[in-house]
Design a binder for this molecule. Structure first.
Ligand SMILES: Nc1ncnc2c1ncn2[C@@H]1O[C@H](COP(=O)(O)OP(=O)(O)OP(=O)(O)O)[C@@H](O)[C@H]1O
Ligand SMILES: [Mg+2]
Length: 248
């Protein structure tokens, strides 16, 4: 298992959450606003706000992350572990050219390579050739999210977490970013934890899905099973309220 979460609790807000993600597997995390999806993701990254204590176990390739020293976690972030958030500007430095920002995780975690050339290649791979000298404000929202993805994928993460990575983008751009995420994790055999409200996105991206309600996982299974034969009332409601139901 790439990721093993066991009995995760977060300050009473998340309770007894357990799941695993195998190498190269893509798992969706859905559930209503406030159900604890982002907190779960942040706890894996070691980025929970200090006032929220986590308990249980989070293992990346067998290594315990909960309670690991910050030094160790910062060696993993941007390297074996990376995350893409909803709003790309929060992840980018407005005063730094995007090429340098893509090169940064390479510079920090890898030595002995031509980081600038590698950054150009990464920008190419997300459909942004020739943009390395641009500043974030010179790019569209979709282009910025491509840059963020290039940064997140730079060191071939074992686990990529995406927290509503396309929610702020319009529909056509959403589809392009999803495709890039899929290509990116497939090429690298990265495990993917994908948080979204959009069941159609889950259906197209994820092989398995976890449903969260009020801080707990109330249902999980293959995407096909959960979306065609939901067991929990909450999942049924979610499905009934989605476009997927209408298109079935
Ligand atoms: N720093 C904090 N202190 C106290 N409570 C918090 C803190 N951060 C989040 N919460 C609460 O924890 C719960 C879960 O929040 P979380 O952000 O994980 O929800 P979510 O499932 O990601 O929702 P959304 O779909 O809106 O992004 C919410 O009730 C939220 O108000
Ligand atoms: Mg959230």
């Amino acid at each position: 298992m790439t990721l093993e979460v066991q009995g995760l609790g977060i300050a009473g807000l998340v309770r007894d959450v357990s799941f695993g993600i195998a190498r190269g597997e893509r798992v969706g995390l859905i559930g209503e606003s406030g159900s604890g999806k982002s907190l779960t993701a942040l706890s894996i990254m070691g980025l929970l706000p200090e006032e929220l204590a986590a308990s249980g176990s989070v293992k990346l390739e067998g290594r315990e992350l909960l309670g690991a020293p910050e030094r160790e976690l910062s060696r993993l972030r941007g390297n074996d572990l990376s995350m893409v958030f909803q709003e790309p500007m929060t992840a980018l430095n407005p005063a730094m050219r995007v090429g340098a920002q893509v090169a940064e995780p390479l510079r920090i975690h890898r030595d002995g390579r031509n980081h600038r050339a590698a950054a150009e290649e990464l920008l190419d791979s997300v459909g942004l050739p020739g943009t390395s000298r641009a500043y974030p404000h010179q790019l569209s929202g979709g282009q910025r999210q491509r840059v963020v993805l290039a940064i997140a994928l730079a060191n071939d993460p074992k686990l990529l977490i995406c927290d509503e990575p396309t929610t702020a983008l319009d529909v056509t751009v959403q589809a392009q970013i999803l495709e890039l995420i899929l290509d990116g994790v497939r090429e690298r055999e990265s495990a993917l934890l994908f948080i979204t409200h959009d069941l159609a996105v889950v259906a197209s991206v994820c092989e398995r899905v976890l449903v969260m309600l009020d801080g707990e996982i109330v249902e999980s299974g293959t995407t096909r099973d959960v979306l065609t034969a939901p067991k929990h009332d909450y999942t049924k409601k979610l499905l009934a309220a989605s476009d997927l139901e209408a298109s079935r």
